[in-house]
Design a binder for this molecule. Sequence first.
Ligand code: ZN
Length: 434
Amino acid sequence: MPAALVADERILAVGAWEDVPAGAELHDVGNLLLMPGLVDSHVHINEPGRTEWEGFWTATRAAASGGVTTLVDMPLNCVPETIEVAALQAKREAAQGKAWVDWAAWGGVVRGNAGELKPLANAGVPGFKCFLIHSGIDGFAWVDERDLRAALEQLRGTGLPLLAHAEVRGPVDKATLALNAASPDWRSYATYLASRPDEAEVEAIALLIRLAREYEHPVHIVHLSSALALPMIEEARREGVPVTVETCAHYLWFTAEEISDGATEFKCAPPLRGAANREALWQALADGRIDMVTTDHSPCPPAMKSRDTGRWDQAWGGIAGLGLALPVLWTAMSQRGIGIERLGEWMAAAPAQLAGMADRKGALAVGCDADLVVFDPDAEWTVAPEHLHFRHKLSPYLGAALRGQVVETWLRGELIYGRDGDAGEPRGRELVRP
Ligand SMILES: [Zn+2]
């Protein structure tokens, strides 16, 4: 039975139980699994400015309950948006005393802010996020090729990745126009799915690959949904183009076929697609064409989900699921015969690498922060509102039958979540990129 020896917040050694030095304080987890704390590089914390949607306290508690010890926050749903240094400072102040886990903040690339990127890089953001289509937030303007070129010029030499929401407007606008001309039923999920065609992702990813190749700059595709883009990504990577890819737990779990009309808690963009597409994503994850899995936890006040009308075109997009990804993935993996050791790669090591924190986070390795998860891979349970620690208990995962449960979460050597719920106090710190 292996043991991790912890001292001064770091992992001092990983070795045999017999080699633990005499006098060390022992914490025996028996036959449960010891894993590295997970890193979720795609979360919308919404604070400051939209704390009624989510916030540092609630998001980081949800993270701790799910074995996630590091969050990287997306720059758009907070006010001010993280598109200049003053906004980053406001976020740092807002997080004071409220973070149960460690965190970092992506900066934003929007139309016209190329001049803010170097100052943000110098202020310690690990990379930048942009949208190639309307983000839903007016203060976070989408970018076209010209804006992307201006941004990549500024980022040259920094090595900081450019993360992109990879859908372009053209196919979405065209599909939506055609749908609306035929007076569609906007309560029907099929209508929403038809309004966000695969082509929007494929076209966006083609553009991003082209720019990554030309600028030799790391580009990261967030939340890949369409498996049709996989051959293009595979070919680019074979050529050495620096492109990394994530998908999200929801694309690996839900399918379009099972979504009821009006069930807008399933709305996200790009959309949840069909069962065959989901299996193609699993195949790509298993064989390494997709690097990592995040949650893209993106909640809003329940009223904004338009459950009264059930209209997909009016509901806010975003799936709430922070804290559930580990058992969700494990349940789906065990159904597909995939070994549990892959979880550490997909949900800890790869996102830590993306966010430039692999020397501290994402591994059970000497010198890393002692962020640990004790996981019971055989526990069976059904998701109920009391298991959700984020602010609003509206989630498409409610009622899901899951396998595997987080028993304990440790942040830098101290228990932050255990059998009795929260433990200790919020001592999460920002990871500022040097
Ligand atoms: Zn997102």
